[in-house]
Design a protein around this ligand. Structure first.
Ligand code: ADP
Length: 258
């Protein structure tokens, strides 16, 4: 459990925040944001105080997945950014700052300062967990984060096919070099059970994430489930909308096992 975890050394803790958890991936489109949103919602439903920072600045999806794509972040009396609250989770996303559909053409230093502001100039309040949805890959934002605050650990999301695993291995290596403990790997889109026949299809090669090495704990296998996609489009995390589905149960278990 979290209590036993070591923190990455030498960065200051975020005041009032017990654990900063990063959710990363090598590639985009593997379900990183979906996993981050569902982990956050599951922990909040279990009674924890949870914040969710959308640091995927190039493709911010958290606001939409939380059903708050049109909401705007406001400043509070202390001129701090007030996180938006939905499904028991306080979150901030670049999507709630910039007009919809507008591209962000920012250079590294601007991204660095945006992430810094999200971390430090937002009124997160006391949190048990701040979940951070990272951009895919191994770039400026990831480095900036690991060099700014004390991080409890990182969760790596991957699909099981080789081309995703190769990049997931790179992401794991980046965290290792930044002294951020990798808590484990989530195999998303692991398999598919046809709802009409009940037949199981290993579309991308279920179990492939074990190739990343036995030292990286497999936190769970989440099947491809149409409800997960529909729920994220509808703005209600699957762990809340369809808690009894196999995918939602896997996501809930992943959150509880962290
Ligand atoms: P990433 O953050 O890695 O780019 P997203 O979380 O945005 O990926 O997911 C990409 C798309 O795949 C979204 O439409 C999402 O709803 C869908 N998706 C993610 N995981 C699953 C799943 N297990 N089953 C079905 N659809 C999924």
């Amino acid at each position: 459990t979290f209590g036993a975890m070591v923190r990455a050394p030498s960065q200051p803790a975020l005041p009032g925040v017990k654990h900063v958890l990063l959710v990363g991936s090598g590639k985009g489109g593997v379900g990183k944001s979906s996993v981050a949103v569902n982990i956050a919602a599951a922990l909040a439903r279990d009674g924890a105080k949870v914040g969710l920072l959308d640091a995927d600045v190039y493709g911010p999806s958290v606001a939409h997945m939380m059903g708050q794509g049109a909401a705007k972040v406001t400043a509070n009396a202390e001129r701090k950014m007030q996180p938006i609250e939905a499904h028991g989770v306080r979150f901030i996303s670049m999507a709630n700052l910039s007009p919809a559909g507008q591209a962000l053409v920012w250079r590294g230093p601007m991204l660095h300062s945006a992430v810094q502001q999200f971390l430090k100039d937002a009124a997160w309040g006391d949190l048990d967990y701040l979940i951070v949805d990272l951009p895919p890959g191994t770039g400026d934002v990831q480095l900036s984060l690991t060099q700014t605050v004390q991080v409890t650990g990182a969760v790596i999301v991957t699909t099981p096919q080789d081309v995703a695993l190769i990049d997931a291995a790179r992401a794991i290596d980046m965290f290792r070099k930044a002294s951020v403990p990798v808590l484990g790997v989530v195999e998303n889109m692991s398999y598919f059970v046809a709802p009409d026949t009940g037949l199981t299809y290993d579309l991308f090669g279920r179990g492939g994430s074990r190739k990343l090495g036995a030292e990286h704990m497999l936190l769970g296998e989440v099947p491809i489930d149409m409800e997960v996609r529909k729920d994220s489009d509808a703005g209600v995390p699957a762990v809340l909308a369809h808690p009894d589905s196999v995918a939602a149960a896997a996501l809930t278990q992943i959150a509880r096992n962290l």
